[in-house]
Design a protein around this ligand. Structure first.
Ligand SMILES: Cc1cc2nc3c(=O)[nH]c(=O)nc-3n(C[C@H](O)[C@H](O)[C@H](O)COP(=O)(O)OP(=O)(O)OC[C@H]3O[C@@H](n4cnc5c(N)ncnc54)[C@H](O)[C@@H]3O)c2cc1C
Length: 166
């Protein structure tokens, strides 16, 4: 059986899943995601500190790469964990959410990254934050209060920034 798709996304990690989701949202196009790893249904993936158990060595959810010898490390090789499977490295990461500082983004834009200035990314940061609060409330009957509080503070800060009072 031959199947054709309008889009083929290679890699079902953070970027691949987001991209495929956006493409699928258009409703008119068909999208296939090719992921070399397996599913993300694993207790260590869905447990916030679970990554600590997966990080030290290569396994079904961790490529566990080694770098080439690094001159800056006196020729030693570094260890580079990377997620394998749906969700990619976000299935292996520490689930830390942080926003950068305006000067970081403005510095990147000055260095030539068009579209990365703070004023460019601020609306997206705001959208992500609003979605996180919504998700945290929807996913848990008893959402973690410190997490919700931290995100709410973040939202207040962003609203001020949008109003030009940061
Ligand atoms: C240990 C660790 C902790 C982290 N902690 C945090 C954190 O707390 N907060 C945070 O915001 N960020 C964190 N990050 C960073 C964040 O997870 C990554 O920046 C992000 O997931 C990278 O997304 P990506 O789409 O570029 O790659 P990935 O999410 O790594 O996705 C790449 C995908 O492509 C697949 N793939 C590769 N080759 C092929 C192929 N040939 N065919 C098909 N599929 C293929 C892989 O299996 C993988 O699923 C962490 C990263 C790591 C490694």
């Amino acid at each position: 059986m031959e199947t054709t798709f309008d889009y083929l996304v290679v890699g079902g990690g953070s970027a691949g899943c987001a991209l495929a989701g956006r493409l699928a949202d258009s409703g008119s196009d068909s999208v296939a995601v090719l992921e070399t790893g397996g599913h993300d249904h694993h207790v260590l993936v869905s447990t916030p500190a679970g990554c600590a158990a997966m990080l030290p060595r290569a396994g079904s959810h961790n490529y566990g790469y080694r770098t080439v010898p690094q001159p800056g490390l006196n020729g030693r090789r570094g260890y580079q964990p990377r997620g394998r499977g749906l969700g990619g490295s976000s299935s292996l990461n520490a689930m830390i959410y942080t926003r950068g500082t305006p000067s970081d983004y403005d510095g990147w834009a000055t260095a030539g990254c068009d579209g990365w200035a703070w004023d460019d990314v601020l609306p997206l940061t705001c959208r992500t934050c609003a979605r996180l609060i919504h998700l945290a409330s929807a996913l848990s009957r008893r959402p973690s209060r410190p997490a919700i509080a931290a995100m709410t503070i973040s939202m207040a800060w962003i609203r001020k920034a949008l109003a030009g009072t940061r």
